[in-house]
Design a protein around this ligand. Structure first.
Ligand SMILES: [Zn+2]
Length: 561
């Protein structure tokens, strides 16, 4: 390349390794288990990638795609409470209030291929193609744009997997579970290579989701300090976990072979990972301190009685597992909303909203205030009453102690304006309780999950952290440079800059200029465009059945209690 104009020929490939963290993979990068990442770090710029708070995949990936914080794009989690009822809603692509990088590139005639990006169902019309993500309902066959791409992939590579096969998750068949994660990597790679070889593209994105699933499941094997650490199991399966990462690295290597020397590759994660030791039942706590009230009707009293005896989703899961009723466990997990057992669990249907001031939805301690004028049975006045309530909750949250250790459960309380800004701030949780060392996972929205405020973790051993990874390599990128303050919102503007395109001035992120060499920086100027990149939003298109199915899937993945 001799000047900026030739950047129109440049391809950019972004490979997402969901949840990848240097805390886990640094030794494998160093010892050659992951040689592709080692090479990318040597010949490119890399570092820790700070993500959105709280570190939730949906919110983080949309922040990547838009270059904006969730207060602007509006996606704060996989689930959120509706404003017109107390129902929990699943997020959909229509709720994204901002153009994503694939829209911006399509607008200027660049060809895009977007594969597996979270919150892209239903798929959007782009200049190129799109395959949706694991939020696609099982019964749907409209998860590709163009529609014909699904059949084309079925014929060419035996179909594209939207979700890894997770049948052995949380079972004793750890080896089979890991084998399924490897299979997912290979099938995704096959699909991606077919697309790269057969379709025009200037910008390509592919997400490997199995890395996130694997870490949720196997963190205890690698972490000797984890309460569920079993040295025997660790001995037996540790090499398989390392082997998964070796295969993942090989897949990244194979994909980068599709690039020329002038192109740019970005390898990144949407958040880090670390141990999770306990569940934190936020709604139980809100009930105990009198901010959430149950109905006084007989049915709710009966359900509350059962609840106190341990008849809760977590209690039943434990029992089913202890009795080795694997078949029942599956049925229990996947049954639709109307099952008898479910109707006997204490749920949001038992909450007396007209006497409730605050409730929690989400797996990161997100608390919503039952605000008058905003929610159907809101009772908290805006202004002073609202602020005082937030102060009260924040102060009391810091007093919560883990009954087993006497230690604090909540390390920090965020008011929403501390972590979000923009026109969609109103949709965001009013408070976010960050647990101590991130070692507690909030559990239970409509189900109340279990009967105590703190319970030992069950069914997973790792959870998200705010620090992911990023690596950039290609022409114009400095070699062997360590990025010290990269944020996930910086990547969209950085990629546009690397492609010689202007950056919408309403993006929150900045160009990571420190990643580029002086020659590139003097040749290509950072330019901004004043064309607004916000867009109107619509409601989700999921049917009630689809919503219930996806909610169950998210529950299984640990995103919904
Ligand atoms: Zn993730």
């Amino acid at each position: 390349m001799s000047d900026g104009s030739t950047l129109t020929e440049r391809k950019v490939m972004v490979i997402g390794l969901d949840g990848a963290t240097f805390d886990l993979i640094s030794p494998w990068i160093a010892d050659g288990t992951m040689p592709t990442l080692q090479r990318l770090m040597k010949k490119g710029a890399s570092g820790v990638l700070t993500t959105t708070l709280p570190p939730i995949s949906s919110s983080a990936w949309v922040s990547f795609a838009t270059g904006k914080n969730p207060g602007k794009h509006g996606l704060v989690d996989f689930v959120h409470p509706r404003q017109d009822s107390y129902q929990i809603s699943i997020v959909g692509a229509q709720q994204r209030a901002s153009k994503a990088i694939w829209n911006l590139l399509s607008d200027v005639g660049r060809k895009v291929g977007i594969v597996g990006m979270p919150v892209t169902y239903p798929p959007e019309e782009v200049n190129g193609y799109m395959i949706s993500d694991f939020l696609t309902p099982t019964a749907s066959d409209d998860y590709t744009y163009p529609l014909s791409l699904r059949e084309e992939l079925d014929g060419a590579v035996g179909g594209f997997p939207l979700l890894p096969d997770e049948r052995y998750r949380s079972t004793k068949f750890v080896d089979k579970f890991i084998a399924d994660m490897v299979t997912d990597v290979e099938r995704r790679l096959d699909g991606a290579l077919y697309l790269l070889d057969n379709k025009d593209w200037d910008f390509f994105f592919l997400l490997f989701w199995s890395s996130d699933m694997l870490q949720h499941e196997t963190w205890r094997l690698l972490d000797r300090s984890h309460p569920q650490h079993d040295p025997e199991a660790a001995e037996r399966y540790r090499d398989l976990v390392a082997d998964f990462h070796r295969r993942l690295d090989e897949a990244v290597g194979r994909l980068t072979e599709e690039l020329g020397p002038e192109d740019l590759v970005v390898v990144m994660s949407d958040h880090g990972f670390g141990p999770v030791h306990s569940f934190f039942l936020v709604n139980n706590w809100l009930r105990e301190i009198g901010l959430l009230k149950l109905k006084r009707r007989p049915l709710t009293r009966l359900k509350y009685g059962l609840f106190k005896l341990g008849f809760t989703p977590l209690g039943v899961f434990r029992l089913v597992k202890a009795l080795r009723l694997g078949f029942l466990r599956r049925r229990f997990r996947f049954q639709r909303g109307g099952g008898l057992m479910k109707r006997l669990f204490l749920s949001f249907a038992d909450v007396d909203w007209a006497r409730t001031k605050a409730f929690a939805v989400g797996s990161f301690g997100q608390i919503y205030i039952n605000l008058k004028g905003k929610r159907p049975q809101g009772i908290v006045g805006p202004g002073e009453e609202y602020e005082k309530l937030r102060e009260e909750i924040a102060a009391r949250a810091e007093e919560i102690r883990d009954p087993r250790t006497g230690e604090r459960v909540v390390e920090r309380v965020y008011r929403r304006e501390e972590i979000y800004s923009g026109p969609l701030l109103e949709k965001a949780p009013d408070l976010v309780l960050q647990s101590r060392n991130w070692e507690y996972m909030a559990f239970g929205h409509a189900d109340f999950g279990a009967s105590h405020v703190v319970e030992p973790i069950f069914g997973m051993s790792g959870h998200h952290r705010p620090h992911g990874i990023v690596m950039l390599a290609g022409e114009g990128i400095r070699q062997g440079v360590r990025l010290e303050r990269a944020n996930i919102i910086d990547l969209a503007p950085t990629i546009l800059y690397a492609m010689g395109l202007p950056i919408p001035s309403d993006m929150d992120g900045r160009v990571l200029t420190e990643a580029f060499n002086p020659e590139f920086r003097s040749r290509v100027q950072v330019e901004f465009s004043d064309e607004p990149s916000q867009r109107p939003t619509g409601e989700g298109e999921y049917s009630a059945d689809d919503e219930e199915e996806i909610r169950e899937r998210l529950r299984g993945l640990g995103y919904v209690g």
